[in-house]
Design a protein around this ligand. Structure first.
Ligand code: PMV
Length: 325
């Protein structure tokens, strides 16, 4: 390749609505894409180098040869992008070097899935630059492989949200990725101030389920029923039911041991101020809560969350999936 080419791609962050943890073990979840996006610019190089600037995660001018991708110590903030490029090159070949710059509209602390969104952006950019124009499903498979290579486990729900956008009914590994036609989702989101580590929490749940397999399998089954009822209620805009089911799902997550005092304080703050319901979103251990409240109670609910130390995050859901800018 003689000519320098450059492309900018963006993908949305995500919020898990219902079904976290159970979705790792063959049960469904519902996830929505949020309008805070990850943006990645990829420029082709004539040298066979890989250069990464990801200032949001403190990676600056990180360089290696394409042939060394995946080898040696990789800084945490560079892992997903580097392994994504390696996986693309292995599957489809790569005839040029790359300079990649990532930029996030949201803090990587929130748990909105900055790693999976940047993985998707990079793969989409390479797919276009190399003329392969991979289908959404092919992009999903490569991005999901990247997540599994790094984390060992995970459902792939975050990758699906980044690719397809909207609100999705999702089954482990992308066996089902069904868009749900929900025009509005009056969701309140608040950050706990604590950054959670997804892999640590998944491992914690896996230890518990090995100790009490029967109980935990029943629990996953109950979560699945909650997800299915919540999906139906959301499609019919029955927000009181959606809120109640958030409370039910939160109870199961509490039983899995992934909630925290801070998350509980915020969730009770919602309920005490007249909200319909609330739950943690994602792996637990910190990150965000989501809540549903009647219109006339929203201001009081927000105030009540802030009073216990939560930070309200203004965003809209159902955002568009990955796109070339
Ligand atoms: O913490 P997050 O937002 O990455 O969510 C993790 C959700 C899990 O179900 C625990 C893991 C997964 O990959 O589905």
């Amino acid at each position: 390749m003689n000519k320098k080419n450059s492309i900018t791609v963006s993908a949305p962050g995500k919020l898990m609505l219902f079904g976290e943890h159970a979705v790792v073990y063959g049960h469904p979840c519902v996830v929505t894409a949020v309008d805070q996006r990850m943006q990645v610019t990829v420029e082709t190089l004539e040298t066979f180098e890989f250069i990464l600037d990801a200032p949001d995660v403190k990676v600056l001018n990180y360089k290696k040869q394409l042939s060394d991708l995946g080898k040696g110590e990789i800084p945490k903030g560079a892992k997903f992008v580097e392994i994504a490029v390696k996986n693309f090159a292995k599957k489809h070949g790569l005839k040029f070097g790359l300079k990649i710059i990532t930029k996030s509209e949201f803090s990587s602390q929130f748990g909105f899935g900055s790693s999976s969104a940047s993985t998707v952006c990079v793969l989409k950019a390479l797919s276009v630059l190399s003329g392969k124009n991979l289908s959404e499903k092919k992009l999903f498979d490569l991005a999901y492989k990247t997540v599994l290579d790094i984390q060992g486990k995970g459902s792939g729900f975050d990758v699906a949200a980044a690719i397809y956008g909207g609100t999705l009914y999702f089954l482990t590994g992308g066996k089902i990725m069904k868009p749900l036609k929900i025009k509005k989702l009056p969701l309140l989101v608040a950050y706990s101030g604590v950054k959670a580590d997804t892999v640590t929490l998944m491992n914690q749940v896996s230890i518990l389920s090995k100790k009490y397999p029967k109980i935990i399998n029943h629990l996953y089954q109950n979560i699945e029923e909650t997800v299915d009822l919540a999906k139906k209620a959301m499609l019919q805009y029955r927000w009181l039911t959606v809120g109640e089911l958030m409370n039910v799902n939160q109870g199961y997550l509490e039983a899995l041991g992934v909630s925290t005092q801070k998350l509980s304080d915020m969730i009770y703050a919602v309920r005490d101020a007249g909200g319909y319901g609330a739950k943690l979103s994602g792996a637990g251990g910190g990150d965000c809560i989501i809540a549903i409240a009647p219109k006339e109670k929203i201001a009081a609910v927000k105030k009540s969350i802030v009073k216990v130390g939560g930070e309200i995050i203004e965003l809209t859901t159902n955002a568009e999936g990955v796109r070339v800018e």
